[in-house]
Design a protein around this ligand. Structure first.
Ligand SMILES: CC(C)(COP(=O)(O)OP(=O)(O)OC[C@H]1O[C@@H](n2cnc3c(N)ncnc32)[C@H](O)[C@@H]1OP(=O)(O)O)[C@@H](O)C(=O)NCCC(=O)NCCS
Length: 158
């Protein structure tokens, strides 16, 4: 299902399996509702390769999910994070943080881009990336980056 096996995951987090796809879709739909994401993020995901996915389970049910997509930023390889969702009943117990950590661990030295809320993602080292250009309309304040270099240039699916 993915380009390469995920390298590691925090204890409560598992690597997403092909059989999880429907449960992940249902979880994301419940968390965001229909017409849920910035269209620009959806367009990017439609064209990008799925690089890794992580889930949290309870009694065999998927209660948390995050995915990483292969992109380039200014021509350099990077990862696009999203969507991330935790079921409403399981929030505020650190699962979201564990899912983000799984992505950070998987990325190694590669930068991670996402479109999301700085008040949530700032705690994981994500910062606004004002010099990035996405291929569509986006609230630039929500374009966040975590990486060793200051990113600039065009974001494209890889
Ligand atoms: C965002 C989400 C994945 C976090 O999952 P979680 O398991 O509750 O995350 P954690 O337990 O690690 O962190 C919870 C904390 O983050 C806060 N938080 C959650 N979403 C936030 C947001 N958008 N902005 C600021 N803080 C946020 C919670 O209030 C909570 O604060 P507390 O620690 O002071 O109680 C979950 O709330 C969710 O699925 N939301 C709906 C989907 C969504 O909006 N995803 C993208 C977010 S931009």
């Amino acid at each position: 299902m993915f380009d390469a096996p995920a390298k590691s995951a925090p204890l409560r987090i598992e690597i997403e399996a092909s059989a999880d796809a429907a449960a992940v879709e249902a979880l994301v739909l419940a968390a965001f509702g229909p017409g849920r994401f910035a269209k620009t993020a959806e367009r990017l995901r439609e064209r990008a390769r799925l690089a890794a996915g992580f889930v949290a389970r309870e009694d065999g049910q998927v209660i948390g999910s995050v995915r990483l997509w292969a992109i380039t930023v200014g021509g350099e390889p990077a990862l696009f994070l999203g969507p991330i969702a935790v079921s409403a009943a399981s929030r505020r117990a650190g699962l979201g943080a564990d899912l983000v950590q799984a992505c950070v661990d998987h990325a190694g030295g590669e930068g991670i881009l996402l479109i999301g809320d700085l008040p949530y993602f700032g705690r994981f080292g994500f910062r606004p990336a004002p010099d990035l250009r996405l291929g569509g309309p986006v609230d630039q304040r929500r374009v966040l980056w975590r990486g060793e270099v200051e990113p600039s240039g065009l974001v494209q699916a890889a």
